[in-house]
Design a protein around this ligand. Structure first.
Ligand code: R7I
Ligand code: MG
Ligand code: MG
Length: 303
């Protein structure tokens, strides 16, 4: 949902979105028709399909699934295209990603698709972390790319663990401290600490201050922290969280997708605005297929 909402303005800075659109609240036409999802969701679909079909992780199967789902018009990152091509032409799935950018990609492509791992393993944190790492390495071997995906998956799992009916609310400080405990790299620790001070300290910062501090870029360490921040800041409402994320500008489809995954894990399908669901593409692997993948992941978890 966040992917489709952010699609039309991907790459546009926050201030320009404000000038041109005021505030984006609903799906619009863009470089794809209104309600279309992009590479972020297409890869998420392949990841979920593979986990379900293999009843867990298989790198050989998952990379083949990414390749067979691939549609170039969805706007893939250049590194991901290269890896998928190289595997298609015979390179081993476990080695192709490490050749990119002289040590692997730190793009956000592994984090943006990771939600199904957080959902399937929400009650097994070690397994969650291990599967998040291995799924990431299919395309993103740089430690920053991998850790971004581990943090996003962990955050999805934490959100799925919260029972809003029982507890009434999300404990934001506890949530961010658990993520700080999982992170190992300075780039993430520093930003998670900043998120903690943004959400607990005085609210005297502007959106531009937050953008300067956390980033809205295509790099994992410049987008995963922003998605976590947007989710925590607007955790009372799925709609508010995803709108906030998309209107931050930059890599809007991806930050929208990741924030939506977090807010969706907390609020469930009932939190999603009806009109967004209606607008979402319902092609062969669109809305109905994605809903079914959610149900299948749930069945896989309980069986
Ligand atoms: O991560 P990836 O699949 O791209 C995802 C993005 C999302 O915004 C999608 O919505 C889609 O639009 O693309 O693709 P990669 O090519 O692996 O990484 C994305 C970008 O990060 C690259 O094109 C580089 O600009 C940058 N990047 C790096 N730059 C220098 N050195 C990633 N890793 C490096 C690096 O090691
Ligand atoms: Mg995209
Ligand atoms: Mg993007």
């Amino acid at each position: 949902m966040g992917d489709a909402l952010g699609m039309p303005v991907e790459g546009m800075p926050h201030n320009e979105i404000e000038q041109v659109y005021g505030s984006i609240k609903n799906m619009m036409d863009g470089w794809l028709p209104k309600g279309s999802y992009t590479d972020d969701t297409q890869l998420m679909i392949g990841l979920a399909e593979s986990l379900i079909e293999c009843r867990g992780f298989s790198g050989a199967h998952m990379s083949r699934q990414f390749i067979s789902n691939f549609e170039p018009h969805r706007g893939y990152g250049p590194g991901t295209i290269r890896v998928l091509n190289n595997v298609k032409e015979g390179q081993g799935w476990h080695e192709a990603a490490s050749h990119l950018y002289g040590g692997g990609s730190y793009g956000n492509g592994a984090a943006m698709r990771i939600a199904p791992v957080g959902i399937l393993y929400y009650d097994q944190p070690e397994k969650l972390k291990q599967v998040a790492e291995v799924t990431s390495r299919i395309t993103h071997a740089h430690p920053l790319g991998v850790e971004g995906a581990v943090l996003q998956a962990t955050a999805v799992g934490l959100a799925a663990n919260v029972d809003l009916i029982e507890s009434g609310t999300l404990n934001k400080i506890d949530f961010i401290e658990q993520l700080i405990a999982v992170s190992t790299l300075d780039e993430y620790q520093t930003k998670l600490d900043m998120i903690k001070s943004f959400i607990t300290g005085p609210k005297n910062h502007t959106n531009n201050d937050i953008i300067s501090a956390l980033g809205v870029g295509v790099q994992a360490h410049k987008s995963v922290p922003m998605a976590i921040y947007c989710f925590l800041e607007k955790c009372g409402s799925y709609r508010d969280a995803v709108c906030y994320a998309v209107n931050m500008g930059g890599d809007t489809d991806t930050i929208g997708a990741m924030t939506g995954a977090l807010a969706g894990a907390l609020h469930g399908v009932r939190g999603i605005p009806e009109e967004w669901l209606e607008d979402l593409e319902n092609s062969q692997k669109g809305r109905d297929h994605i809903m079914k993948l959610g149900e299948d992941l749930y069945d896989l978890h309980i069986n």
